[in-house]
Design a protein around this ligand. Structure first.
Ligand SMILES: [Zn+2]
Length: 468
């Protein structure tokens, strides 16, 4: 007896490991009970066992295979269960060492061992309700109206999702097409713009070429005109000489050159124009002088020097054309007799007085511009708009234009002003700003012999245009 109890204790401790492996367990009975929460199946065993469980479909069933077990022949093989959790329980000898229990159910199972009972060991299979996931819906085809409605709703939801996905795809395709069309449009617009810029550049290049050609023609015509004028002058000088020798001396022994080599009718055409400056009284005012240097360029060039250099060259050109030139100064000095002690107005009035006394036909005050920003450049013609009607503006404009052509400066326009010398002279008057002495490039023009000659030529051309 005592030995039997010890054996039992041993069995309890070493059940699975030792005894299950050695002696098959007999399945002596199967009982079940059911309530709302579960269906409990209890098997009476004579030993511990090992098992495996699985789930099979059609119909949905839970299968538990008990290994190393033998089914008692007295056991009932099938039980109909009146429960929503399980409909039928079957048990059988699946193979010589396996007893199989099948529960027709779409629920889940919970399996565990219990000691005790009529044969010492029990295996409990609980078929339990799954609250969150109704088994019927997942594991069985729809059987109720509710299920059908639910599936229908799901189908509709799916269709709706598919429809939206399709719409989204179409929308993106449309956007993509619109974007591409926009890009294409922009590309074409850019090309068109570039084409126009190219055409414009070509047009300008052509105009520039034509302009140069025209200038070259005009230059040649002018040279020709000057040559003829010179010849004409020489011819007249010879005539005078002849005349003088005839009147002053009666020396028949002397012989003189006869008529000029160039026939008179060759120069007739241009003579009228050539003579436009003959007899004209032109007052030239080289700005600043003496103690007043005017503006000073970055390299130290003084405005008073530039204005005098240009004025002296201009004087030569005008005199050569038969004009009478009145200079406010011929040297580096002030014009007022008060010299350095003269006020600014006195000095400027002195310049006006020179021109007014001489009853000059026009007055030209020569200056160079200056500005704090060294990039400022160009040529400006100034006039006083309150007197002389359009004559002063015409004089200023003719000179400014011709200057720009000669020294290639940008035009800053012909502008009205209040400068003293143009306001207080009686004749058409202009104050001309040749270029910016404060601009490095333009300073070097004004400081060069070539630049000075061109400035003089420009003013001269403007005067000729004015009287022409
Ligand atoms: Zn000045």
């Amino acid at each position: 007896m005592k030995t039997a109890w010890l054996t039992l204790l041993f069995v309890a401790l070493m059940s699975v490991v030792v005894q299950a492996a050695s002696r098959p367990a007999a399945v002596q009975d199967l009982r079940y009970s059911s309530d709302k929460e579960k269906v409990r199946i209890v098997l009476d065993l004579t030993n511990t066992i090992e098992y495996r469980d699985l789930y099979l479909e059609n119909p949905s069933r839970l299968v538990v295979d008990i290994q190393n077990a033998i089914l008692s022949p007295t056991i009932k093989k099938e039980f109909l269960v009146n429960s929503p959790l399980a409909s039928r329980i079957r048990i059988g000898q699946f193979n010589p060492t396996t007893v199989r229990i099948v529960v027709e159910s779409s629920s889940e199972i919970n399996i565990f061992f219990l000691d005790g009972g009529p044969t010492g060991y029990r295996l409990v299979i609980d078929v339990i309700k799954v609250p969150t996931k109704p088994a019927a819906e997942i594991k069985n085809p729809p059987s109720t109206d509710d299920d059908k409605a639910k599936l229908e709703a799901e189908r509709k939801a799916r269709e709706e999702r598919e429809r939206k996905a399709k719409e989204e795809k179409e929308r993106k395709a449309k956007e993509d097409a619109e974007r591409k069309a926009k890009e294409e449009k922009e590309r074409k617009a850019k090309e068109e713009k570039e084409r126009k810029i190219r055409l414009e550049a070509e047009r300008k290049a052509k105009e520039e070429a034509e302009r140069k050609e025209k200038e070259e023609r005009e230059r040649k015509a002018k040279e020709e005109k000057e040559r003829k004028a010179k010849e004409e002058k020489e011819r007249k000088a010879r005539e005078r000489e002849q005349q003088n020798s005839k009147t002053e001396k009666e020396k028949p022994t002397h012989t003189y050159p006869t008529q000029p080599s160039t026939p008179t009718n060759d120069v007739d055409v241009d003579l009228g124009k050539l003579m436009t400056l003959k007899g004209k009284v032109i007052a030239i005012d080289p700005g600043h002088g003496g103690n007043d240097a005017g503006a000073i360029g970055p390299s130290g060039l003084m405005e008073k020097t530039v204005t005098l250099n240009v004025a002296l060259e201009l004087e030569k050109l005008l005199v050569a054309e038969g004009a009478t030139v009145i200079m406010t100064r011929h040297t580096d000095k002030t014009v007022s007799i008060k010299g350095a002690s003269a006020s600014a107005i006195e000095e400027l009035q002195a310049r006006c007085d020179v021109a007014n006394r001489a009853k000059a036909d026009i007055f030209i005050s020569i200056h160079a511009d200056s500005f704090s920003n060294p990039s400022a450049r160009g040529t400006t013609g100034y006039y006083y708009s309150q007197t002389e009607g359009r004559k002063s503006i015409q004089l200023a404009d003719n000179i400014r234009r011709a200057l720009c052509e000669q020294i290639r400066t940008p035009s800053r326009g012909t502008k009205p002003c209040n400068f003293y010398v143009v306001k207080n002279t009686d004749m058409p008057a202009t104050l001309i700003e040749l270029a910016f002495i404060s601009n490095h490039e333009e300073e070097s023009i004004l400081g060069s012999i070539e630049g000075v000659l061109k400035c003089a030529q420009g003013i001269f051309d403007g005067i000729e245009d004015y009287f022409g």
